[in-house]
Design a protein around this ligand. Sequence first.
Ligand code: GRF
Length: 197
Amino acid sequence: VPIVVMASGAGSLLAALIGRAEGQAPYRIVGIVVDRQCPAADIAHRHDIPLVDCRVGDHPDRAAWDTALTEQVAAFEPDWVVTAGFMKILGPDFLSRFGGRIVNSHPALLPSFPGAHGVADALAHGVKVTGTTVHLVDAGVDTGPILAQEPVAVRPDDTEDTLHERIKSVERELLADVVTNLVTKGVVIDGRKADIP
Ligand code: GRF
């Protein structure tokens, strides 16, 4: 089953998804989208996976960027799109084209600590347990239906980095497991089969 992964950070979640795909996973990554030059882009090159840098091209405004990105990803004809550290909000064109088939991983137990600083916010708040959430992407920021969660204990000497690395070690496995299940079984939320065309 063809999937596209969108990343823009260290790419450790992307690397985990590639690792599974090169093993026995029922999905293959047909394209990778990044929004900057980043290790995730280098990983794409190393694994010979077609790479799209979504900044390429002159987009006069966000709507044009949204449309261009939608066309670029649609060209791969993915059944599913996975955002793993992609730090841009997906626009209405993209959501109408792929809505219900976009999976995101967030390094906190949503609905707590949504947004781009979930790990730092959890640490600053002084929670004893945080974790990771895999959810379907909707028009909001980290607000779509939750598919899976795993707790991660916060340690007294944790920094944002040590905590985030520990969360990512859990996140990598959970995201790969959820994507594997989605591509084989689809997704059922509250007993309803999600509208996956
Ligand atoms: C992950 O923690 C993900 O949940 C968050 O950004 C991080 C990406 O890590 N959105 P990496 O770039 O895959 O290492």
